[in-house]
Design a protein around this ligand. Structure first.
Ligand code: 2IT
Length: 447
Protein backbone atom coordinates (compact mmCIF):
# COMPACT_ATOMS: atom_id res chain seq x y z
CA UNK A 1 0.00 0.00 0.00
CA UNK A 2 1.25 3.44 -0.91
CA UNK A 3 -0.48 6.35 0.83
CA UNK A 4 0.32 8.60 -2.12
CA UNK A 5 -1.45 6.35 -4.64
CA UNK A 6 -4.54 5.80 -2.50
CA UNK A 7 -4.81 9.51 -1.75
CA UNK A 8 -4.50 10.39 -5.46
CA UNK A 9 -7.35 8.00 -6.23
CA UNK A 10 -9.55 9.37 -3.43
CA UNK A 11 -8.81 12.98 -4.40
CA UNK A 12 -9.95 12.26 -7.96
CA UNK A 13 -13.05 10.44 -6.75
CA UNK A 14 -14.05 12.88 -3.99
CA UNK A 15 -12.75 16.28 -5.06
CA UNK A 16 -13.45 18.99 -2.51
CA UNK A 17 -14.08 16.60 0.40
CA UNK A 18 -11.20 18.23 2.26
CA UNK A 19 -11.95 17.11 5.83
CA UNK A 20 -12.45 13.50 4.75
CA UNK A 21 -9.25 13.48 2.69
CA UNK A 22 -7.31 15.10 5.56
CA UNK A 23 -8.48 12.46 8.07
CA UNK A 24 -7.69 9.56 5.73
CA UNK A 25 -4.25 10.98 4.87
CA UNK A 26 -3.31 11.25 8.55
CA UNK A 27 -4.27 7.65 9.31
CA UNK A 28 -2.72 6.12 6.17
CA UNK A 29 0.58 7.94 6.71
CA UNK A 30 0.93 6.55 10.20
CA UNK A 31 -0.07 2.95 9.42
CA UNK A 32 1.72 2.53 6.07
CA UNK A 33 4.86 0.93 7.49
CA UNK A 34 3.05 -1.56 9.72
CA UNK A 35 0.49 -2.34 6.99
CA UNK A 36 3.17 -3.27 4.52
CA UNK A 37 4.54 -5.84 6.94
CA UNK A 38 1.21 -7.73 6.58
CA UNK A 39 0.76 -9.10 3.05
CA UNK A 40 -2.59 -10.62 4.15
CA UNK A 41 -3.97 -7.06 4.61
CA UNK A 42 -2.83 -6.12 1.11
CA UNK A 43 -4.37 -9.28 -0.40
CA UNK A 44 -7.73 -8.54 1.25
CA UNK A 45 -7.55 -4.86 0.17
CA UNK A 46 -8.23 -3.85 3.77
CA UNK A 47 -7.28 -0.18 3.33
CA UNK A 48 -9.27 0.24 0.12
CA UNK A 49 -12.33 -1.15 1.93
CA UNK A 50 -11.75 0.72 5.17
CA UNK A 51 -11.68 4.21 3.67
CA UNK A 52 -15.16 3.81 2.16
CA UNK A 53 -18.24 3.99 4.40
CA UNK A 54 -20.42 0.86 4.42
CA UNK A 55 -23.40 3.04 3.47
CA UNK A 56 -24.70 6.61 3.60
CA UNK A 57 -28.32 7.61 4.19
CA UNK A 58 -29.30 11.09 2.99
CA UNK A 59 -32.76 12.48 3.63
CA UNK A 60 -34.77 15.69 3.49
CA UNK A 61 -35.95 17.13 6.82
CA UNK A 62 -38.88 19.51 6.60
CA UNK A 63 -40.19 21.38 9.61
CA UNK A 64 -42.12 24.55 10.48
CA UNK A 65 -40.50 27.44 12.37
CA UNK A 66 -42.15 29.67 15.00
CA UNK A 67 -43.27 32.13 12.31
CA UNK A 68 -45.16 29.35 10.55
CA UNK A 69 -42.65 29.25 7.73
CA UNK A 70 -41.65 25.92 6.19
CA UNK A 71 -37.94 25.10 6.53
CA UNK A 72 -35.97 22.42 4.73
CA UNK A 73 -32.66 20.88 5.83
CA UNK A 74 -30.67 17.82 4.82
CA UNK A 75 -30.11 14.93 7.23
CA UNK A 76 -27.45 12.21 7.02
CA UNK A 77 -26.40 9.02 8.71
CA UNK A 78 -23.11 7.49 7.65
CA UNK A 79 -22.59 3.89 8.74
CA UNK A 80 -18.86 3.65 8.31
CA UNK A 81 -17.57 0.35 9.61
CA UNK A 82 -19.12 -2.51 11.60
CA UNK A 83 -16.17 -4.90 11.86
CA UNK A 84 -15.99 -4.92 15.66
CA UNK A 85 -19.54 -3.98 16.67
CA UNK A 86 -22.75 -2.17 15.72
CA UNK A 87 -22.42 1.30 14.17
CA UNK A 88 -21.86 3.89 16.91
CA UNK A 89 -21.25 7.61 16.82
CA UNK A 90 -22.78 11.00 17.35
CA UNK A 91 -25.10 13.36 15.47
CA UNK A 92 -23.88 16.85 14.61
CA UNK A 93 -26.29 19.74 14.00
CA UNK A 94 -24.33 22.64 12.53
CA UNK A 95 -24.82 24.90 9.53
CA UNK A 96 -21.52 23.72 7.98
CA UNK A 97 -22.37 19.98 8.02
CA UNK A 98 -21.59 18.27 4.69
CA UNK A 99 -21.06 14.65 3.66
CA UNK A 100 -17.31 15.34 3.76
CA UNK A 101 -17.45 16.47 7.40
CA UNK A 102 -19.51 13.45 8.45
CA UNK A 103 -17.31 11.04 6.46
CA UNK A 104 -14.22 12.35 8.26
CA UNK A 105 -15.98 12.02 11.60
CA UNK A 106 -17.27 8.50 10.83
CA UNK A 107 -13.82 7.40 9.69
CA UNK A 108 -12.19 8.79 12.87
CA UNK A 109 -14.93 7.24 14.98
CA UNK A 110 -14.12 3.78 13.67
CA UNK A 111 -10.56 3.90 15.03
CA UNK A 112 -11.52 5.76 18.19
CA UNK A 113 -14.17 3.19 19.05
CA UNK A 114 -11.64 0.42 18.47
CA UNK A 115 -9.37 2.04 21.08
CA UNK A 116 -12.06 2.10 23.77
CA UNK A 117 -11.72 -1.68 24.42
CA UNK A 118 -15.49 -1.95 23.80
CA UNK A 119 -17.18 -3.65 20.80
CA UNK A 120 -18.42 -0.70 18.75
CA UNK A 121 -18.21 0.05 15.02
CA UNK A 122 -17.99 3.57 13.61
CA UNK A 123 -20.72 5.95 12.39
CA UNK A 124 -21.67 9.62 12.31
CA UNK A 125 -24.68 11.62 11.27
CA UNK A 126 -26.35 14.97 11.53
CA UNK A 127 -27.75 17.85 9.60
CA UNK A 128 -26.98 21.32 8.26
CA UNK A 129 -29.66 22.61 10.68
CA UNK A 130 -28.26 25.63 12.58
CA UNK A 131 -29.37 25.65 16.25
CA UNK A 132 -28.11 29.23 16.70
CA UNK A 133 -30.98 31.57 17.55
CA UNK A 134 -33.59 28.79 17.47
CA UNK A 135 -36.19 28.44 20.22
CA UNK A 136 -36.68 25.22 22.18
CA UNK A 137 -39.94 24.63 20.30
CA UNK A 138 -38.15 24.93 16.95
CA UNK A 139 -35.41 22.58 18.10
CA UNK A 140 -38.04 20.06 19.17
CA UNK A 141 -39.88 20.22 15.85
CA UNK A 142 -36.63 19.83 13.95
CA UNK A 143 -35.54 16.82 16.06
CA UNK A 144 -38.93 15.17 15.55
CA UNK A 145 -38.81 15.69 11.79
CA UNK A 146 -35.23 14.39 11.70
CA UNK A 147 -36.15 11.23 13.60
CA UNK A 148 -39.14 10.62 11.32
CA UNK A 149 -36.56 9.69 8.66
CA UNK A 150 -33.70 8.38 10.81
CA UNK A 151 -35.58 5.81 12.86
CA UNK A 152 -35.69 3.22 10.08
CA UNK A 153 -31.86 3.24 9.87
CA UNK A 154 -31.05 2.69 13.54
CA UNK A 155 -31.52 0.11 16.31
CA UNK A 156 -29.87 -0.97 19.57
CA UNK A 157 -27.92 -3.78 17.85
CA UNK A 158 -27.63 -2.01 14.53
CA UNK A 159 -26.70 1.65 14.82
CA UNK A 160 -26.72 3.76 18.00
CA UNK A 161 -26.48 7.55 17.58
CA UNK A 162 -25.57 10.00 20.36
CA UNK A 163 -24.76 13.70 20.63
CA UNK A 164 -22.00 15.78 19.08
CA UNK A 165 -21.72 19.51 18.29
CA UNK A 166 -25.24 21.00 18.51
CA UNK A 167 -26.77 17.83 19.96
CA UNK A 168 -26.88 17.50 23.76
CA UNK A 169 -29.25 16.14 26.37
CA UNK A 170 -32.16 18.33 25.25
CA UNK A 171 -31.92 17.18 21.62
CA UNK A 172 -31.43 13.50 22.56
CA UNK A 173 -34.63 13.79 24.63
CA UNK A 174 -36.66 15.10 21.68
CA UNK A 175 -35.12 12.51 19.36
CA UNK A 176 -35.82 9.64 21.75
CA UNK A 177 -39.42 10.72 22.34
CA UNK A 178 -40.12 10.60 18.61
CA UNK A 179 -38.26 7.30 18.15
CA UNK A 180 -40.34 5.69 20.89
CA UNK A 181 -43.58 6.88 19.29
CA UNK A 182 -42.59 5.55 15.87
CA UNK A 183 -41.12 2.22 16.98
CA UNK A 184 -43.74 1.63 19.71
CA UNK A 185 -40.98 0.17 21.88
CA UNK A 186 -39.22 1.47 24.98
CA UNK A 187 -35.90 0.63 23.41
CA UNK A 188 -33.47 2.74 25.43
CA UNK A 189 -30.39 1.17 23.80
CA UNK A 190 -31.12 2.92 20.48
CA UNK A 191 -29.58 6.27 21.55
CA UNK A 192 -27.01 7.24 24.17
CA UNK A 193 -26.67 10.45 26.13
CA UNK A 194 -30.21 10.05 27.48
CA UNK A 195 -31.52 11.65 30.67
CA UNK A 196 -30.53 9.75 33.82
CA UNK A 197 -34.14 8.92 34.79
CA UNK A 198 -34.88 7.24 31.44
CA UNK A 199 -31.90 5.04 30.69
CA UNK A 200 -29.04 7.53 30.52
CA UNK A 201 -25.75 6.75 32.19
CA UNK A 202 -24.58 8.80 35.12
CA UNK A 203 -21.48 10.77 34.02
CA UNK A 204 -22.18 10.56 30.25
CA UNK A 205 -22.53 14.38 29.99
CA UNK A 206 -19.17 14.84 31.74
CA UNK A 207 -17.45 11.82 30.19
CA UNK A 208 -15.71 13.36 27.16
CA UNK A 209 -14.14 16.13 29.23
CA UNK A 210 -13.36 13.90 32.22
CA UNK A 211 -11.84 11.21 29.98
CA UNK A 212 -9.72 13.84 28.22
CA UNK A 213 -8.29 14.99 31.53
CA UNK A 214 -7.65 11.39 32.66
CA UNK A 215 -5.79 10.82 29.39
CA UNK A 216 -3.84 14.06 29.89
CA UNK A 217 -2.90 12.90 33.41
CA UNK A 218 -1.62 9.59 32.03
CA UNK A 219 0.38 11.38 29.35
CA UNK A 220 1.89 13.85 31.82
CA UNK A 221 2.71 11.07 34.26
CA UNK A 222 4.50 9.16 31.47
CA UNK A 223 6.50 12.32 30.73
CA UNK A 224 7.30 12.83 34.43
CA UNK A 225 5.06 15.86 34.84
CA UNK A 226 2.01 16.87 36.87
CA UNK A 227 -1.09 18.87 35.98
CA UNK A 228 -1.36 20.50 39.41
CA UNK A 229 -0.85 24.25 39.17
CA UNK A 230 -0.74 24.23 35.35
CA UNK A 231 -2.48 26.95 33.37
CA UNK A 232 -4.91 25.43 30.87
CA UNK A 233 -6.47 27.11 27.82
CA UNK A 234 -9.73 25.54 26.64
CA UNK A 235 -11.52 26.37 23.40
CA UNK A 236 -15.30 26.31 23.13
CA UNK A 237 -17.87 26.44 25.92
CA UNK A 238 -20.11 23.47 25.03
CA UNK A 239 -20.54 20.11 26.66
CA UNK A 240 -16.97 18.92 26.08
CA UNK A 241 -15.32 22.15 27.28
CA UNK A 242 -17.64 22.13 30.31
CA UNK A 243 -16.59 18.62 31.39
CA UNK A 244 -12.92 19.43 30.78
CA UNK A 245 -13.14 22.57 32.95
CA UNK A 246 -14.79 20.70 35.85
CA UNK A 247 -12.10 18.02 35.91
CA UNK A 248 -9.19 20.42 35.31
CA UNK A 249 -10.31 22.44 38.32
CA UNK A 250 -10.74 19.28 40.40
CA UNK A 251 -7.18 18.19 39.55
CA UNK A 252 -5.73 21.51 40.70
CA UNK A 253 -5.17 23.16 37.31
CA UNK A 254 -6.20 26.71 36.47
CA UNK A 255 -8.40 27.24 33.39
CA UNK A 256 -7.36 30.65 32.04
CA UNK A 257 -9.41 30.77 28.81
CA UNK A 258 -12.56 29.55 27.13
CA UNK A 259 -13.70 30.71 23.70
CA UNK A 260 -16.54 30.86 21.20
CA UNK A 261 -17.16 31.80 17.58
CA UNK A 262 -17.24 35.46 18.70
CA UNK A 263 -13.87 35.54 20.52
CA UNK A 264 -12.10 34.54 23.73
CA UNK A 265 -12.74 35.03 27.45
CA UNK A 266 -9.53 35.25 29.46
CA UNK A 267 -9.77 34.50 33.16
CA UNK A 268 -6.43 35.44 34.78
CA UNK A 269 -7.48 34.08 38.19
CA UNK A 270 -8.87 30.89 36.67
CA UNK A 271 -12.41 29.73 36.00
CA UNK A 272 -14.63 29.20 39.06
CA UNK A 273 -17.31 26.59 39.76
CA UNK A 274 -19.99 29.27 39.31
CA UNK A 275 -18.60 30.19 35.90
CA UNK A 276 -18.51 26.54 34.86
CA UNK A 277 -22.20 26.23 35.80
CA UNK A 278 -22.91 29.31 33.70
CA UNK A 279 -21.47 27.56 30.64
CA UNK A 280 -24.58 25.34 30.71
CA UNK A 281 -26.83 28.41 30.68
CA UNK A 282 -24.86 29.81 27.73
CA UNK A 283 -25.23 26.54 25.81
CA UNK A 284 -28.98 26.30 26.52
CA UNK A 285 -29.53 29.89 25.34
CA UNK A 286 -28.61 28.99 21.71
CA UNK A 287 -26.88 32.37 21.43
CA UNK A 288 -23.48 30.77 20.68
CA UNK A 289 -21.61 33.69 22.29
CA UNK A 290 -18.80 33.42 24.83
CA UNK A 291 -18.98 37.16 25.50
CA UNK A 292 -21.96 36.38 27.73
CA UNK A 293 -19.49 35.00 30.32
CA UNK A 294 -17.68 38.36 30.58
CA UNK A 295 -21.00 40.18 30.82
CA UNK A 296 -22.15 37.89 33.64
CA UNK A 297 -18.77 37.93 35.52
CA UNK A 298 -17.23 41.39 35.09
CA UNK A 299 -13.76 41.75 36.66
CA UNK A 300 -13.22 37.97 36.43
CA UNK A 301 -13.68 37.16 32.72
CA UNK A 302 -12.36 39.50 30.02
CA UNK A 303 -13.67 39.21 26.47
CA UNK A 304 -11.67 39.96 23.33
CA UNK A 305 -13.55 39.80 20.04
CA UNK A 306 -12.10 37.80 17.15
CA UNK A 307 -9.31 36.14 19.18
CA UNK A 308 -8.86 32.43 19.87
CA UNK A 309 -8.11 30.68 23.15
CA UNK A 310 -4.57 30.11 21.84
CA UNK A 311 -3.74 33.79 22.26
CA UNK A 312 -3.89 33.41 26.08
CA UNK A 313 -0.60 32.21 27.65
CA UNK A 314 -0.90 28.67 29.07
CA UNK A 315 1.00 25.47 29.85
CA UNK A 316 -1.54 23.09 28.35
CA UNK A 317 -3.83 23.71 25.36
CA UNK A 318 -7.08 21.75 25.15
CA UNK A 319 -8.93 22.30 21.86
CA UNK A 320 -12.53 21.34 22.70
CA UNK A 321 -14.56 22.94 19.90
CA UNK A 322 -14.33 22.07 16.20
CA UNK A 323 -12.11 20.48 13.56
CA UNK A 324 -9.11 22.47 12.34
CA UNK A 325 -9.59 25.07 15.07
CA UNK A 326 -5.86 25.23 15.83
CA UNK A 327 -3.57 26.30 12.95
CA UNK A 328 0.20 26.19 12.59
CA UNK A 329 0.33 29.92 13.43
CA UNK A 330 -1.69 29.23 16.59
CA UNK A 331 0.76 26.45 17.50
CA UNK A 332 3.66 28.88 17.10
CA UNK A 333 1.90 31.49 19.24
CA UNK A 334 1.23 28.88 21.92
CA UNK A 335 4.89 27.87 22.02
CA UNK A 336 6.08 31.48 22.08
CA UNK A 337 3.80 32.00 25.11
CA UNK A 338 5.25 29.01 26.98
CA UNK A 339 2.82 26.19 26.14
CA UNK A 340 4.44 22.71 26.31
CA UNK A 341 1.52 20.31 25.87
CA UNK A 342 -1.53 20.05 23.62
CA UNK A 343 -4.13 17.35 24.09
CA UNK A 344 -6.61 17.51 21.23
CA UNK A 345 -10.09 16.97 22.62
CA UNK A 346 -12.12 18.02 19.57
CA UNK A 347 -12.14 15.64 16.61
CA UNK A 348 -9.21 16.64 14.32
CA UNK A 349 -9.01 19.96 16.18
CA UNK A 350 -5.46 20.64 15.02
CA UNK A 351 -4.47 21.31 11.43
CA UNK A 352 -1.70 19.05 10.03
CA UNK A 353 0.79 21.96 10.14
CA UNK A 354 0.07 22.51 13.85
CA UNK A 355 0.61 18.81 14.69
CA UNK A 356 3.84 18.80 12.71
CA UNK A 357 5.01 21.93 14.55
CA UNK A 358 4.20 20.43 17.97
CA UNK A 359 5.96 17.17 17.15
CA UNK A 360 9.10 18.91 15.89
CA UNK A 361 9.33 21.45 18.69
CA UNK A 362 9.24 19.22 21.73
CA UNK A 363 5.60 19.94 22.60
CA UNK A 364 3.73 16.91 23.92
CA UNK A 365 0.81 16.18 21.60
CA UNK A 366 -1.97 13.57 21.59
CA UNK A 367 -4.74 13.25 18.97
CA UNK A 368 -8.50 13.53 19.48
CA UNK A 369 -9.29 9.92 18.72
CA UNK A 370 -7.34 8.88 21.83
CA UNK A 371 -7.96 11.90 24.07
CA UNK A 372 -11.73 12.27 23.54
CA UNK A 373 -12.63 8.57 23.41
CA UNK A 374 -14.01 8.67 26.96
CA UNK A 375 -17.23 10.13 25.57
CA UNK A 376 -18.09 7.28 23.25
CA UNK A 377 -16.67 4.78 25.75
CA UNK A 378 -19.20 5.97 28.32
CA UNK A 379 -21.86 5.68 25.62
CA UNK A 380 -20.74 2.05 25.33
CA UNK A 381 -21.19 1.68 29.09
CA UNK A 382 -24.68 3.22 28.73
CA UNK A 383 -25.51 0.57 26.10
CA UNK A 384 -24.40 -2.18 28.49
CA UNK A 385 -26.59 -0.79 31.29
CA UNK A 386 -29.54 -0.52 28.88
CA UNK A 387 -29.07 -4.10 27.68
CA UNK A 388 -29.08 -5.31 31.29
CA UNK A 389 -31.91 -2.93 32.32
CA UNK A 390 -29.85 -1.62 35.21
CA UNK A 391 -28.14 1.60 36.27
CA UNK A 392 -24.62 1.83 37.64
CA UNK A 393 -23.50 4.37 40.24
CA UNK A 394 -21.34 7.35 39.32
CA UNK A 395 -18.43 5.70 41.13
CA UNK A 396 -18.75 2.53 39.05
CA UNK A 397 -18.89 4.46 35.77
CA UNK A 398 -15.98 6.70 36.77
CA UNK A 399 -13.82 3.69 37.69
CA UNK A 400 -14.54 2.08 34.33
CA UNK A 401 -13.78 5.37 32.53
CA UNK A 402 -10.45 5.62 34.40
CA UNK A 403 -9.56 2.07 33.38
CA UNK A 404 -10.50 2.71 29.73
CA UNK A 405 -8.49 5.94 29.43
CA UNK A 406 -5.48 4.26 31.03
CA UNK A 407 -5.77 1.40 28.60
CA UNK A 408 -6.03 3.78 25.61
CA UNK A 409 -2.87 5.50 26.81
CA UNK A 410 -1.12 2.13 27.14
CA UNK A 411 -2.09 1.21 23.57
CA UNK A 412 -0.63 4.52 22.33
CA UNK A 413 2.60 3.84 24.20
CA UNK A 414 2.77 0.26 22.92
CA UNK A 415 2.38 1.20 19.24
CA UNK A 416 3.83 4.70 19.33
CA UNK A 417 7.08 4.49 21.30
CA UNK A 418 9.98 5.71 19.16
CA UNK A 419 13.60 4.52 19.22
CA UNK A 420 14.54 7.57 21.35
CA UNK A 421 11.94 6.60 23.97
CA UNK A 422 9.50 9.41 23.18
CA UNK A 423 5.91 8.52 22.26
CA UNK A 424 4.32 9.45 18.93
CA UNK A 425 0.70 9.44 20.11
CA UNK A 426 -0.66 10.03 16.59
CA UNK A 427 1.08 6.92 15.29
CA UNK A 428 0.30 4.93 18.43
CA UNK A 429 -3.44 5.67 18.35
CA UNK A 430 -3.79 5.13 14.62
CA UNK A 431 -1.88 1.83 14.54
CA UNK A 432 -3.62 0.43 17.64
CA UNK A 433 -7.10 1.26 16.28
CA UNK A 434 -6.27 0.13 12.77
CA UNK A 435 -4.84 -3.27 13.77
CA UNK A 436 -7.95 -4.19 15.70
CA UNK A 437 -10.38 -3.23 12.91
CA UNK A 438 -8.19 -4.73 10.17
CA UNK A 439 -7.86 -8.06 11.96
CA UNK A 440 -11.64 -8.27 12.47
CA UNK A 441 -12.31 -7.45 8.81
CA UNK A 442 -9.85 -10.13 7.73
CA UNK A 443 -11.49 -12.76 9.94
CA UNK A 444 -14.98 -11.91 8.63
CA UNK A 445 -14.09 -12.46 4.98
CA UNK A 446 -14.59 -10.40 1.86
CA UNK A 447 -17.88 -8.59 2.43
O1 2IT B 1 -17.10 12.24 18.64
C1 2IT B 1 -17.58 11.46 19.48
O2 2IT B 1 -16.96 10.48 19.91
C2 2IT B 1 -18.94 11.72 19.95
N1 2IT B 1 -19.53 12.70 19.51
C3 2IT B 1 -19.62 10.77 20.90
C4 2IT B 1 -20.21 9.62 20.16
C5 2IT B 1 -21.04 8.67 21.00
O3 2IT B 1 -21.60 7.75 20.39
O4 2IT B 1 -21.12 8.82 22.22
Amino acid sequence: MKTKDIMARLQAKYPGESEYLQAVQEVLESIEEVYNQHPEFERAKIVERMVEPDRIFTFRVTWVDDQGEVQTNTGYRIQFNSAIGPYKGGLRFHRAVTPSMLKFLGFEQTFKNALTTLPMGGAKGGSDFDPKGKTDAEIMRFCQAFMLELWQCIGPDQDIPAGDVGVGGREIGFLYGMYKKLAREYNTGVLTGKGSTWGGSILRPEATGFGALYFTQNLLHHAGKDIKGCKVAVSGFGNVAWGACIKALELGAKVVAISGPDGVCAMPEGITKEMIDYMLVMRASNRDRVEDMATRFPGQAFFTAGKKAWSVPCDIALPCAFQNELSEDDAKELKANGCWCCCEVSNMGCQPGAIHFFQHNGILFAPGKAVNAGGVATSGLEMTQNAEHISWSGKEVDEKLHFIMKSIHEQCVKFGTQPDGSVDYVKGANIAGFMKVAQAMLEQGTI
